[in-house]
Design a protein around this ligand. Structure first.
Ligand code: C2E
Ligand code: MG
Ligand code: MG
Length: 616
């Protein structure tokens, strides 16, 4: 008997109907069902296809993927199996929803036991009810599918969160710029390493003068240089674990800015560490090619050893940092942490406390070092230098307590005291007849950044009735070379008062010679280290001669500091230096001794000329 396929919708084949519509496949031989089934199903919104031959029904089910199949329980497939039992597996994606028409209680019992069956209906068949139950089965299926989709989306979201967490953890652990361990991870590794085997060393490496690279080449290129430096560091350390050369590097990190940390285990001999530091220095000082330029860098390295210098990560880092600071202060190189460095911090705290008292008890006073003309060896003024005589500790050097005053906010008070005192002293000297003298006063960078130094100077000038050009303010080169707008602004305000400005310690900072043109300065003081070197080192002599020539070309007065012997003075004279100061003539003396000292200059001239003559 040939199968009859009735299409009960307007579509040509009943298969490619709009996907949104629900479809039903009715498989039955009962004539009443064949007649009423499709009608009621369509009433319930189904596009219905009917079939009565089991093998065709299977084919249809596969092709149509109907939303629901309504099948007579008694129909068997070619293998003699109940059609509804095998039919539901025809679904390509999800099992078909199957509703079974049962002719008797036995058929109903068997169908009920089948978990894949959505619903059963007993004879006599009420097609109104059946179509509604088919509808409900389909709605339930839709809901279930929706739920599954939601579960799927949830799973995907969870996976995404997991990935994000993983990459977040990665970014917390890695420094994005260099790919080295982050500070957080490094500290974790350090703590872990200390637990595992307490014998290890920590190196902290700091790049010197990196600010210049950023200023000259821009931050992007600065970052490229840092990335290159990290690569070199990795290479020197031989990867994350290198048993070669008997050392095992557990980790390298960018601790922040231009500071790097290296953790070396199984090594705590200072000599070995020095050799390792030498290798690092060697690698980092090779020029880095960037933006068609060769950038030359140097580094300072500090080391601390566990457990001697610290038993936990914080302490070791703190001590390696102190060591690197010491290395930097010495102009680079390598430094091991030593107890005195920590003692230095304790001393810092002690002096900070004492300095408060010193100000309140008037322990600070000013001494004056004569400033002379090179050509005539005539005293033309004085540099005011602050002095601290502590009743128990004795004299404490300004080089030691000025940085402490800056850190503790006392510098504005000390600065005002010196400005005030020096102006009053000059007034007294002038009143005593020394009308050709002027005074130089040191300013700390802190005063320019935080204090009311312009007002303090203006008030001192007003109160002492001094001509502003008789006062020269010295600012260390270290302070002015960075393009700090606030500092520049203050310098211009001071200049507007009519005072003279000088760059002190020239040659010790990050000398940007071109920058000199932009500063509102009148004089340049060459740092005494060059004068010292000029006697023995031809290069230093060349530098001093060059700096003098440069300053003269720029129309600046040039002053040499730290002249200790006649030969230095002879050189300065030859090179055309304008002024000098130094122990050769006199150290700083009390204000009330100064005029007598200045008068003795003539005698010194003769002595000096004599000595110079001997040398020529
Ligand atoms: P500076 O301004 O470069 O002062 C010159 C320093 O060199 C003084 O050291 C002086 O005593 C020393 N000196 C002068 N001639 C010679 C010499 O022939 N040979 C040697 N070896 N040294 C010489 P001092 O007084 O210890 O001051 C050190 C630094 O402390 C000063 O360097 C200055 O930067 C700072 N300072 C001193 N007084 C003040 C102050 O009142 N305010 C501020 N802000 N800083 C001050
Ligand atoms: Mg000075
Ligand atoms: Mg100086």
């Amino acid at each position: 008997m040939s199968d009859t396929i009735e299409q009960h919708e307007s579509s040509a084949d009943g298969i490619s109907e709009p996907q949104s519509a629900h479809t039903a496949l009715l498989i039955c031989r009962d004539s009443a069902s064949q007649k009423w089934g499709p009608r009621w199903l369509e009433q319930s919104g189904f596009l219905t296809t009917s079939a009565h031959d089991p093998s065709h029904a299977r084919k249809l089910a596969r092709e149509m993927q109907p939303s629901v199949v309504i099948v007579e329980a008694g129909l068997l497939d070619a293998a003699g199996c109940r059609l509804y039992e095998t039919l539901h597996r025809c679904g390509r994606r999800t099992p078909l929803r199957t509703l079974v028409l049962c002719a008797n209680a036995r058929e109903a019992q068997i169908a009920l036991d089948n978990p894949d069956i959505a619903d059963i209906v007993r004879k006599p068949f009420d097609w109104n009810l059946i179509s509604r139950r088919a509808r409900r089965a389909v709605v339930e299926a839709d809901n279930e599918q929706e739920l599954n989709r939601t579960y799927l989306a949830l799973d995907e979201a969870r996976a995404e969160i997991r990935d994000t967490r993983r990459s977040l953890a990665h970014s917390v652990d890695r420094d994005a710029l260099t790919g080295l361990s982050s500070r957080v991870k490094f500290k974790r590794l350090l703590d872990q390493a200390l637990l595992d085997q307490p014998k290890l060393s920590l190196l902290v490496i700091r790049l010197n003068r990196f600010r210049l690279v950023n200023e000259a080449l821009g931050h992007d290129n600065g970052n490229r240089v840092l990335a290159e430096i990290s690569q070199r560091l990795r290479k020197v350390l031989g990867g994350s674990t290198s048993a070669a050369r008997g050392l095992v590097t557990v980790a390298a990190s960018r601790l922040g800015g231009v500071r790097f940390g290296v953790l070396v285990s199984r090594m705590n001999d200072p000599e070995d560490l020095r050799k390792l530091a030498d290798r690092i220095h060697g690698a980092l000082c090779q020029p880095v090619r960037i933006a068609n330029q060769s950038v030359y860098l140097s580094s300072s390295i500090g080391a601390a050893i566990a457990p001697l210098d610290g038993e936990d990560a914080d302490r070791l880092l703190q001590h390696a940092d102190l060591a690197v600071r010491e290395a930097k202060q010495r102009g680079g190189g390598f430094s091991m942490y030593r107890e005195p460095l920590a003692a230095g911090s304790a001393r810092h705290l002690e002096l900070e406390g004492l300095l408060h008292e010193a100000l309140d008890r008037g322990q600070l006073h000013i001494e004056y070092q004569p400033l002379l003309q090179v050509a005539e060896n005539k005293v033309i003024g004085a540099e005011a230098l602050v002095r601290w005589h502590h009743p128990v500790q004795g004299n404490i050097s300004p080089a030691e307590f000025i940085p402490i005053a800056e850190n503790s906010g006392l510098m504005s008070r000390i600065g005002a005291l010196v400005i005030d005192g020096a102006c009053r002293q000059l007034r007294q000297w002038r009143d005593a007849g020394a009308t050709d003298l002027r005074v130089a006063i040191n300013l700390s960078l802190y005063q320019l950044r935080h204090g009311d130094v312009v007002e303090v100077v203006a008030r001192a000038l007003r109160e002492t009735q001094l001509e502003p050009r008789l006062v020269e303010l010295e600012l260390s080169e270290r302070g002015v070379v960075g393009r700090d707008h606030e500092v520049l602004h203050q310098l211009h305000r001071l200049k507007a008062l009519g005072v003279r400005l000088a760059i002190d310690d020239f040659g010790t900072g990050e000398s940007a010679i071109a920058y000199l043109k932009e500063l509102p300065i009148d004089s340049l003081k060459i740092d005494r280290s060059y004068l010292k070197g000029a006697l023995s080192d031809g290069r230093d002599a060349t530098i001093v001669a060059g700096l003098i020539a440069l300053a003269r070309r720029l129309g600046l007065t040039v002053v040499a500091e730290g002249v200790e012997v006649g030969e230095q003075l002879r050189m300065l004279r030859e090179w055309g230096c304008h002024q000098y100061q130094g122990f050769y003539f006199s150290p700083a003396v009390a204000g009330n001794r100064f005029l007598a000292l200045a008068k003795s200059a003539d005698q010194k001239v003769n002595a000096c000329e004599g000595r110079v003559a001997d040398l020529v």
